[in-house]
Design a protein around this ligand. Sequence first.
Ligand code: KG4
Ligand code: ZN
Length: 357
Amino acid sequence: MNKSPIILGIETSCDETAVSIIQDNESGIPKILSNIVSSQFDIHKEFGGVVPELAARSHVEKINLIAKKALDESGITLDKVSAIAATSGPGLIICLSVGLNFAKSLSSSLKVPFIGVNHLEGHALSPKLHTNISYPYLLLLISGGHSQFLSVNGLGSYTRLGTTIDDALGEAFDKTAKLLGIEFPGGPKLEKFAEKGDPNKFKLPKPIINKGGCNLSFAGLKTAILRLTKTIKTDQEKYDLAASFQKTIEEILYIKSKTAFDEFSKTNSIKDKTFVVAGGVAANKGIRKKLIEVSDENNFLSIFPDIKLCGDNAAMIALVGLEKYKIKKFDNIDLSASPRLALDKNAKFLKGSGLIY
Ligand code: KG4
Ligand code: ZN
């Protein structure tokens, strides 16, 4: 086995076509040789959300080019690649299949191992691309499709402590943004709107804030925003509503993180406790600030991925590929796409407030 393995990672689970090449390093932090992400915002914005058929077609059209770009930028040739890793789920099945099939063909022709990667594990491990973190650690994963607190016990070993019982946080940001007339995906722009508004102007609900442990709920917020958008008239009122939304989310995450700290501490008696916040929404500066505050107050070391590694990318997929490569955890070429892949396979399905009492 190569002493400093090189992994080519592929990500096509939703609306980003991404290829990255990373190399193992003695420091424990792999070197990112290239990390190309091609977003499809322009294709989907007129529909207000991702259209699976169009997304898959775009992946097919671009994957060769993006892979070539990643290779050129890395300065290495394909014969130096030790293994090919690709997202196998969760995500849109026709999108996942594009990356998986490309990865399988490449691994067969190069005669190197093929490794299927859980996209959520990519987010979970993403700060390891620049920081040494030891297991176990507490993770808050906040993305467009998921919002969960998990104990990350080791590679492939997760215990879910809490999850959203309705919308994911990224989804709540995108839906609120849409109601404020911001085009898809509105999360990042909503944050900009919020900077110009008064966070105390509107009082918004904090669903299940005092019950349900560290489970989360955001659907009630969206309903309140929908009602309020019917009454507001000026741009300033829009900024105020965005700021009030942003502040409410920060407060919800502050309180729920505290509960998650307690739950994590019950089963993990380690001295140095780490709190990793990952996924697209972890790019939000206000949320970062508030979660650093709650971590400091509760003796958790907070770690966030670099901003450019919060959103979907293939470096995080290559990283999981590298960790699996080191323990020779390879997959067969018949591995199929799993649209509903979870991190904690034993966690029960939890949707609807009736389930958390
Ligand atoms: O992790 P990600 O790139 O894709 C999924 O795996 O879902 O997350 C995308 C989500 C979108 O909902 C997007 O609006 C949200 O992350 N997002 C943000 C910010 N940047 C991205 N939400 C709030 N503030 C941001 N700065
Ligand atoms: Zn993601």
